[in-house]
Ligand binder design. Structure first.
Ligand code: ZN
Length: 203
């Protein structure tokens, strides 16, 4: 198999085999002293590699991390552990398939639970924000189109889903005069907040 030599030298991440990484850590990065390999510990935190060793001349434990961190306080995670679930979310790659893929080549990934948390807290939040901004724009267009006449709002909802058991409720609000949409929302009937003040969201 011929290797593709055209890879970007400046790409953010690369696959590094653990034994190749250890070749780089023969000496202490503080004092340059040759390290006793039995004092070197390698561990994984999701996709990040952590190397620690005790250096006798430096009289301290030195820690090296393969990735920088993002976020604040307790929510801080290694960048790869943040980027991988979001890339899976954006590209529609199911997490179980991603985990199968990683397992096959013995690649360390964050746990399924940790990845779902990032998707929930970061990915879903971003979609809600983008959707809320779009809704605000749509409402402004409708209000501007109505001029000074005000809006005559009509709200219509229906349960509609393939199959016999309708589970999703769609609600649309329009201005009767201009027929412009003011907002739309979809909720599953079991979702918390249906019938209360709920936020519109993507289905
Ligand atoms: Zn040292």
């Amino acid at each position: 198999m011929e290797e593709d030599e055209q890879g970007k030298e400046s790409s953010r991440y690369s696959l590094v085999e653990t034994h190749c990484l250890l070749e780089l850590i023969e000496r202490c990065k503080g004092c340059g002293e040759r390290l006793d390999s039995s004092l070197i510990r390698v561990s994984s935190l999701g996709s990040a590699k952590i190397v620690t060793y005790d250096c006798l001349p430096c009289n301290k434990t030195v820690r090296w991390e393969s990735q920088s961190r993002v976020g604040k306080g307790k929510g801080q995670v290694y960048k790869g552990n943040h980027d991988i679930p979001l890339a899976s979310f954006i590209t529609g790659t199911p997490l179980p398939r991603l985990c199968d893929f990683a397992k096959l080549i013995d690649l360390s990934l964050p746990s399924d639970r940790a990845m779902r948390r990032v998707i929930r807290e970061v990915g879903a939040e971003s979609i809600n924000r983008v959707y809320a901004n779009s809704e605000a724009r749509v409402r402004k267009i409708a209000v501007d189109a109505a001029g000074g006449k005000g809006l005559e709002v009509s709200i219509d909802g229906q349960y509609d889903t393939p199959g016999y058991n309708a589970a999703n409720c769609k609600v649309t609000a329009i201005d009767c005069n201009t027929k412009l949409a003011l907002g739309a929302a979809t909720l599953h009937k079991k979702e918390h907040g249906i019938g209360e003040n709920w936020a519109p969201r993507f289905q």
